[in-house]
Design a protein around this ligand. Structure first.
Ligand code: FAD
Ligand code: SF4
Ligand code: SF4
Length: 482
């Protein structure tokens, strides 16, 4: 073990400086400042270098956390970066937005009795330092290979598989219906969690490394999956899950009621400097409004905190379960509360009130009953407990399902699960169509960035094996014929 580790006994957990809520409410900057080098080294040195590191076991990409913590503690940051980037294509992004309390940090053994090592903040610090020092290089293959792979979707899953394939020398072509690279990293997740420049610099590196980006191309409309299959040796579907879940309530058809992604995309586009008519005319701008967001996941958290920054008069989050049972990250809830969001726990909407546009929501209080088959307590309305709250803007953040891709792609034989996600063989990440692979939210349902990255890495290895096996077979046939 490196000298000077195990400092958790004498040194308390400290995160990088957190910007004051009053400041955060007024701008779109990230919540945390950068770690100062000394503080990062000290915090990394709190690690006890476990023989069986539970942090690593619970990190989806199996980051070699103890090693890069020790190197950071010793000030050997370039080596720390080498190790950290060997297992993760976007460590600075995961360090910012992984729900660490449920993954690595939540499973750090010193969490019991002491506070965990601040793994995410150190991971972010290592890669931000690497970028500043020019250690992060575009993917550079040792030799070019003639075969190409078509990747549908430029989110974290698609970008990861493109980078990994490029490193192996394949020609990687990414197709996306959007006008920018990044998927939900750019149009879903707001700036205060992940600055757009952080995503942009990743995209720039890939382009510099020879990844071809074909933007404003919607597969299924502008070209077909069959065309991509004919053009490339393999195809990867990394299209995410965008079909918003809805709720059926009296009054739900009134004006000023929107889906979370419409609201967040408008706000993100505005931040990027685009003209957004539905925002510019005030429709999707929460400024001066009483905003109610329904839902309890990460998307709902992003909506309420966006509304605060747009200058809403009041922001309430209505969720039918309680704080302990909400799917969103606890850290996000704390940030939102500090910024002035009111959480109305154990409440569900019953009806939307108003004439032409929403003026209020009638909600009912909920009692959590016995656990269902999934182990979660079932929400039950308490009779006679209805009450009304004011709302001029209602945002539905109730989760996402996958689009019906077999229909959209005109590939009726493409197999899906009963949840509509693409069915793959998890050993190869291949769908039932030969040479067509799938990764990320389109196979997992709405999930996490780090899982999309893991899938991208696994798929790249599998695609390499697939292409090589086909090449060997072709060579064998040629030799036999000669
Ligand atoms: P996506 O990021 O969705 O990318 C899919 C891409 O495919 C998009 O660019 C889309 O335009 C493109 N596409 C779709 N269909 C087509 C087509 N037919 N032709 C061409 N292109 C197409 N995860 C976290 O880990 N931490 C968080 O804090 C977090 N916050 C979130 C906040 C919000 C508001 C949302 C919605 C999600 C959040 N997530 C978070 C989840 C995370 O963003 C996703 O799990 C992740 O982005 C999935 O990656 P992906 O590559 O599978 O898909
Ligand atoms: Fe933790 Fe996510 Fe980093 Fe893994 S990738 S170490 S889970 S922050
Ligand atoms: Fe260090 Fe915690 Fe991981 Fe153990 S579980 S190696 S103490 S970070």
């Amino acid at each position: 073990m490196g000298a000077g580790m195990l400092k958790f006994v004498t040194l308390e957990q400290e995160h990088p400086d957190k910007r004051a809520p009053a400041l955060r409410r007024r701008d779109w900057g990230e919540v945390y400042e950068d770690f100062q080098p000394e503080a990062a080294a000290d915090q990394a040195a709190r690690c006890s270098q476990c023989g069986v590191p539970f942090c690593q076991i619970h990190c989806p990409v199996s980051n070699n956390i103890p090693d890069w913590l020790m190197l950071t503690a010793e000030g050997r940051l370039e080596e720390a970066y080498e190790i950290s980037s060997a297992t993760n294509n976007m460590p600075e992004i995961c360090g910012r937005i992984c729900p660490q309390d449920r993954l690595c940090e939540g499973n750090c053994v010193i969490e019991k009795g002491f506070e965990s090592v601040t793994i995410g903040a150190v991971e972010r610090y290592i890669t931000d330092t690497a970028f500043r020092n020019g250690w992060v290089k575009p993917p550079k293959p040792r030799a070019e290979r003639p075969q190409s792979v078509g990747i549908v979707g430029a989110g974290p899953g698609g970008l990861t598989v493109a980078e990994e394939l490029r490193r192996m020398g394949y020609q990687a072509h990414v197709y996306d219906r959007y006008d920018r690279v990044g998927g939900l990293l750019i149009y879903g997740i707001p700036n205060f969690k992940l600055e757009k420049t952080i995503v942009q610099r990743r995209a720039d590196l890939l382009i510099e490394g020879g990844v071809h980006m074909h933007l404003n191309v919607e597969v299924g409309r502008d070209c077909s999956l069959a065309e991509l299959r004919a053009q490339h040796e393999a195809v990867v579907i990394a299209t995410g899950a965008y079909k918003a879940r809805d709720v059926s309530l009296p009054g739900i058809g009134l004006g000023n009621i929107f889906q979370a992604m419409d609201y967040l995309t408008a706000s993100n586009r505005k931040g990027l400097g685009d003209a957004v008519p539905a925002f510019d005319d005030g429709t999707l701008d929460a400024s001066g409004k009483n905003v109610v967001v329904v839902g309890g996941g990460d998307t709902a958290m992003d909506c309420v905190r966006t509304a605060v920054r747009q200058g809403a008069r009041s922001v309430r989050c209505l969720y039918r379960r309680d704080r302990v049972n909400m799917p969103g990250s606890m850290q996000e809830v704390r940030h939102a509360e500090e910024e002035g969001v009111e959480f109305v726990w154990l409440s569900a909407p019953e009806a939307v009130l108003g004439d032409a546009t929403v003026e209020g929501v009638r909600a009912v209080r909920i009692h959590l009953g016995v656990a269902d088959a999934s182990g979660r307590q079932t929400p039950q309305p308490i009779p006679g407990s209805s009450y009304s709250i004011d709302a001029d803007l209602l945002i539905k953040a109730l989760g996402f399902d996958p689009e019906d891709l077999p229909t959209f792609f005109g590939e009726p034989t493409l197999k899906t699960t009963r949840w509509g996600t693409l069915l793959i063989d998890w050993r190869t990440m291949m769908t039932n169509l030969d040479g067509v692979f799938a990764i990320g939210d389109i196979v997992r349902g709405a999930s996490l960035v780090v899982w999309a990255i893991k899938d991208g890495r696994d798929a790249a290895r599998s695609i390499h094996r697939y292409i090589q096996a086909n090449a060997d077979e072709r060579d064998g046939v040629r030799e036999a014929a000669a």
